[in-house]
Design a protein around this ligand. Structure first.
Ligand code: DGJ
Length: 717
């Protein structure tokens, strides 16, 4: 059984295939964390400490203080001076609560979270529900721990129900809290900016609070919600690593506090800065779901735990079909598109083996540049005089599928929609809203806005065979205020906004069941697990330069599987070597192209056709296979990694040089997953290798040039 309650010890034990998590009930009231690590039945709670200046519970004696105990959950103002999970302001105005353990329930499967994406349960998934009560506010708190046994993943979130008579306000809410009883640890996060998402940062923990957060209304390019805490010696294959993530696309907070007793307390959730929520008597609130995993075998195992979990329990079913190799019009055409030009694109795309043409931006209203028309989601009759349907039919007649770009959450002040409904954008009464990319943000917390968007998309796309939506989002939220909510609910806007976005995404998926979605936010500005429930892939970054992309993709792969990563070859400027490099980098994820196919030389076109053909032979290895990073470009002058399919029969090995070094240096790359007794052929060269040879390592000679890559495709004979 993956979840047990040991009555004699008042202890809950959660087991996955390789890990154990345990906590007990102390003094009939407090939840004390005991253990999270390698699977074991031998764990004991750490002795309680008497610590000066740490207020204690009189009945339990001076050695029990919420401040010096590894709490499962802590409450503002009730004796734990460290970062804590919950601050709820009741009628007394203090923000102090002190929930006590009341009961538990263990059940098969999981509970749905209302309005926020959550991971799917499988037949072995089990859930522990802990109920806690706060007498003064009358609030009930349910903590949910869901065990995804085979993935070594445990998720946690909470539901707060106001069973009191007066309203309360949740001012901080963290889905997960974990105390690790040491602090000689490093923290790994992914930071960045537009065009440079997922920069890898590893720093030692220090006393005090370290945090990453987004206040942008989006999970953001700047800080991804993934975080890992690891032993300082942890490598790809060795050492302890704890991985965390939050399944949410809006503002969030990940914080770690190293306290006076050298405990590292990890929290992840909505935080308190961009969040507040009033609960009237009888109302309920659910936090987003956070997940944690533990690996005793370095980062590689943590990475594969996340990959398997995200793929199997989060990604939509359509992601398990081959993803279309798209020709996207953005980098080639920007806003300069019309029906005749794109029909030629489609014709040419078909000849080269593309699956789909994606019309990216510029097709609607008066959209001739990025200054106008967001919100006016009807096709431009100047560019498409016979209408969208006739155009899409013509694209199909050329033998390729059709995809279209939308940016539902945004509005340009220069649009018909804004002229009709200026009150529909986020803004604060009496203040001029700031612009970004000439646009404002629609108030997705307002149901009227959602209904308008449903109506217009329904009308525009009705009876048109669209096979793919690219859902973009190109600015962050400032001046966050909604004309649809009263003053005391204004700090709910960002959270309600996200629920509005999820609602519209749910509607889109339901209304157009045969249309897949790629999500995007100026590249990887919402590269998060919640978005992954909707899209078969995410546009990883607007940076298509293969050198920068190598770093972005390598870091993104730490937490997210290749299936999620949309990777395009952009304009090689007629240079065959550059085309080859771009292709080999893009092959790390789901391949596509963004280039003016009408202006390519025959030689380039032939090469692209060859690339697509080769990719199609192996795309399932990247999409569904296991990923092993051999060297990180952050540490070495080259990135190297391999993907291997389930039965070890096909292996794709890439070596991408990212820094100049001495030419001729040889490197031994060990493919441990190769089948020892088999013979493999590299289908690119025909050269044969024994499985033992691959396991012992194949020798690769570096060119020393930071724009070359080598690719091996080993197929078992
Ligand atoms: C930003 C996206 O990241 C690009 O790929 C493209 O879709 C543009 N928006 C279009 O405006």
């Amino acid at each position: 059984m993956s979840i047990r309650f040991i009555k004699e010890k008042n202890t809950f034990v959660l087991n996955t295939v390789a890990t154990t998590y345990a906590f007990d009930i102390l003094g009939g009231k407090y939840l004390r964390h005991i253990y999270y690590g390698k699977k074991t039945a031998n764990f004991e709670p750490a002795p309680l400490n008497t610590v000066s200046f740490s207020p204690y519970v009189h009945e339990l004696g001076p050695s029990f203080s919420p401040d010096s105990t590894p709490n499962e959950i802590s409450f503002f103002g009730s004796g734990d001076f460290r970062a804590n999970s919950l601050r709820i302001k009741g009628a007394d105005g203090t923000g102090v609560t002190d929930f006590s353990y009341s009961s538990y329930r263990i059940f098969n499967g999981r509970r749905d979270i209302h309005g926020i994406p959550f991971a799917r349960a499988d037949e072995k998934t089990r859930t522990l529900e802990i109920t806690m009560l706060d007498d003064v506010t009358g609030c009930k708190l349910m903590l949910y721990y869901t065990v995804f046994e085979k993935y070594d993943m445990i998720s946690r979130y909470m539901v707060i129900e106001n069973c009191g008579k007066q309203s309360v306000k949740i001012e901080k809410c963290m889905s997960l809290e974990l105390c690790i009883d040491r602090c000689d640890l490093d923290m790994v996060t992914l930071y960045g900016r537009h065009n440079a998402e997922c920069s890898y940062q590893r720093v030692p923990l220090h006393h005090g609070v370290q945090s990453v957060m987004s206040r942008r209304g989006a999970s953001s390019h700047q800080y991804n919600p993934f975080m890992a805490i690891c032993s300082q010696k942890a490598t790809e294959e060795r050492g302890e690593v704890y991985g965390f993530n939050l399944m949410y696309s809006g503002s969030f907070l990940n914080e770690v506090e190293v306290d006076q007793l050298n405990t590292a307390k990890v929290l992840t959730g909505l935080g308190g800065e961009c969040f507040g929520y009033t609960l009237e008597s009888g109302e309920c609130f659910s936090s987003p779901e956070a997940v944690m995993t533990y690996s005793a075998y370095g980062f590689g195992k943590m990475t594969r735990n996340f990959h398997n979990y995200i793929r199997d329990t989060i990604m939509p079913k359509a992601a398990f079909e081959p993803h279309p190799v798209v020709l996207n019009t953005w980098e080639a055409c920007k806003f300069d598109i019309d029906a005749p030009k794109l029909v030629k694109f489609a014709e040419e795309a078909n000849k080269l083996g593309f699956d789909m043409l994606v019309m990216d931006d510029g097709w609607f209203g008066e959209r001739h540049n990025d200054r106008a028309a967001l919100g006016d989601w009807y096709v431009s009759d100047r560019k498409f005089p016979n209408g969208l349907k006739a155009f899409v039919d013509e694209v199909h007649s050329k033998g390729v599928k059709f995809g279209i770009w939308i940016e539902p959450e945004m509005i340009n002040p220069d649009s018909e929609l804004y002229r009709a409904h200026p009150e529909w954008c986020l803004r604060v009464e009496g203040r001029e809203p700031l612009r970004s990319r000439h646009q404002l943000v629609l108030d997705m917390s307002n149901n009227e806005v959602i209904e308008y968007l449903k109506g217009i998309f329904d009308k525009t796309f009705k009876d048109i065979d669209i096979e793919y939506f690219k859902w973009d989002m190109n600015r962050h939220m400032s001046n966050v205020g909604s004309s649809a909510l009263p003053a005391h609910r204004q700090d709910e806007v960002s959270f309600r906004y996200m629920k509005g976005v999820y609602k519209l995404l749910d509607w889109l998926a339901e209304r157009f069941p045969n249309t897949v979605i790629e999500t995007c936010s100026g590249g990887g500005g919402r590269y998060d697990m919640a978005m992954m429930t909707y899209g078969i892939q995410i546009w990883t970054s607007d940076k298509t330069n293969p050198y920068n992309r190598t770093f972005i993709q390598s870091a993104a792969m730490t937490a997210y599987p290749a299936m999620t990563m949309s990777c395009h070859v952009s304009n090689p400027k007629g240079d065959m070597r550059s085309l080859d490099f771009r292709y080999k980098v893009a092959l790390g994820g789901m391949l596509g192209y963004e280039l003016n196919i009408l202006e390519m030389t025959e030689e380039i076109k032939l090469e692209i056709a060859k690339q697509i053909k080769e990719y199609k032979l192996i795309e399932d290895v990247m999409r569904l296979g296991d990923y092993y990073m051999l060297t990180s470009p952050v540490k070495y002058p080259y990135s190297s990694y391999y993907y291997v399919n389930g039965d070890n029969g096909r292996i794709v090995l890439s070596v991408i040089e990212t820094a100049a070094c001495k030419a001729g240096r040889t490197k031994l790359l060990k493919i441990r997953r190769a089948d020892r007794d088999a013979t493999y052929s590299d289908i690119r060269t025909g050269k044969l290798y024994s499985g033992v040879e691959l396991q012992n390592g194949i020798s690769v000679s570096l060119t020393g040039k930071p724009d070359t890559a080598e690719l091996f495709i080993f197929v078992r004979q």
